[in-house]
Design a binder for this molecule. Structure first.
Ligand code: HGY
Ligand code: MN
Ligand code: MN
Length: 416
């Protein structure tokens, strides 16, 4: 499918087709799962790279596995506006989370290139490889590398098979020793502006295709391990048990209760493992995850502290050993007011009502906020559904968002 050159007519269908094509790169025939540095990530990265080149960009895979497309400015030495999003997915994912924010800017640059138009600044489109943090107990390594904030200690973390991040990078064809050099200099970067599906119901309720993001909620992720005593399901009286799963169940109910009691606070237990996992054995060990978020860091930190106290009391009463390991923490970040205004103006120039909304989901933009001013353009998704194969967008909304984003790109103040 070739992109119509004038004013992005047909771009929505082109963008959707590109993202739907990338959805074929999955470790599983039946559902979309593409984890960091997997063979499917490599295949998708190569497809992204060729799409970037076809749109008139130079493109390469960097030392941390990001795909970096670059569209030079009208004048050499100009600063760079970075856009992009992630191409890794959760398990049994929807196709548009992250990926839309790579395909849509590629369509916009293809349009600029078809007109032979260069802007007063360069544009980089980056397809980050590790935003979901599914394979390794870390995340945002791609965007943190660009921001220069990556902690190279993470090269030693291992996945469920025991493969270290370092070895996975080498197998992917990357050179871990070159990661530090990928960091961008603050003085070279104008801004980072990410296009992403909303993953929530606000735009659909407002009957709008796009919206301007005000801030991104902070998040803390933990792994909790409970050790009790495995035993015979038939012989151990209830009052003598140290049942790790019953303890976890009480803790998970307490977590849900605490979050439900406070506006804006959300807490999720998404993963749980029980050992030894036999029907007639009292569970001796349970490991479960905790993802907790709020718009304000103080609110999230207070909830974490309160829950740690509560869970310790439950463990103590039940004679369970409790270990809580912090896996990841990223503070809430505010979007740049000037960039938000410029996104609003572009939305209005495209004949749409400008609406502002917060992001409950985390994004690579959080990491890039350490490097430069950030902003996000949200795109309506069907039913606000995400992290679910039912995730959807319409070609019309993708086209409206592309028009807004291209309008924004052509009118950004280069002296920002
Ligand atoms: O968890 C998040 O908010 C993002 O999808 N990684
Ligand atoms: Mn996601
Ligand atoms: Mn995402």
């Amino acid at each position: 499918m070739t992109l119509a050159t004038e004013s992005l007519t047909g771009a929505g269908a082109w963008i959707k087709a590109m993202v739907d094509g990338w959805a074929g790169y999955s470790e599983d025939e039946e559902r979309l799962t593409r984890v960091f540095l997997s063979p499917q990530h490599k295949a998708c990265a190569l497809a992204v790279m060729s799409a970037m080149r076809a749109a008139g960009m130079t493109a390469r895979i960097d030392a941390i596995g990001n795909v970096v497309g670059r569209y030079e400015a009208a004048e050499p030495g100009a600063r760079t506006l970075i856009t992009g999003s992630h191409i890794d997915t959760v398990r049994d994912a929807g196709a548009y989370d992250g990926n839309l924010g790579v395909a849509l800017p590629i369509a916009c640059i293809a349009e600029l290139d078809s007109r032979g138009l260069r802007l007063p600044y360069a544009i980089e489109v980056i397809a980050f490889g590790d935003e979901e943090g599914v394979r390794f107990p870390t995340t945002l390594s791609g965007s943190r590398t660009i921001a220069g904030t990556i902690d190279l200690e993470i090269l030693s973390v291992t996945d469920a098979e025991g493969t270290s991040l370092r070895d996975a990078l080498v197998n992917f064809g990357c050179d871990p020793a070159a990661i530090a050099a990928e960091a961008r200099r603050k003085e070279d970067v104008l801004a980072f502006v990410e296009v992403h599906i909303e993953q929530g119901p606000v735009l659909e309720a407002a009957e709008l295709p796009v919206g301007t993001v005000t801030a991104i909620n902070g998040a803390s992720r933990f792994s909790l391990t409970l050790e009790g005593m495995a035993g015979h399901a038939g012989t151990v009286p209830m009052h003598l048990r140290r049942d790790a799963l019953a303890g976890a169940a009480e803790m998970i109910a307490a977590i849900e209760q605490r979050a439900a009691a406070e506006e804006g606070l959300v807490a999720t237990v998404g993963r749980l493992a029980v050992a030894p996992g036999a029907i007639n054995v009292i569970p001796g060990k349970v490991t479960f995850s905790l993802d907790i978020r709020a718009p304000e860091n103080a609110q999230r930190n207070a909830a974490v502290a309160a829950l740690k106290e509560k869970l310790a009391a439950v463990a103590q009463r039940r004679g369970l050993a409790l270990e809580i390991e912090l896996l990841y923490e990223e503070g809430a970040v505010a979007c740049d007011p000037g960039l938000m205004d410029q996104l609003d103006r572009a939305i209005e120039r495209q004949g749409l009502r400008a609406l502002r909304l917060p992001s409950g989901a985390g994004h690579d933009a959080m990491a890039l906020s350490a490097l430069c001013p950030i902003a996000m353009l949200f795109v309506r998704c069907g039913g606000g559904i995400s992290h679910n194969p039912l995730e959807s967008i319409t070609a019309e909304d993708a086209e409206a968002a592309a028009r807004v984003f291209l309008d924004f790109l052509e009118n950004v103040d280069p002296d920002l």
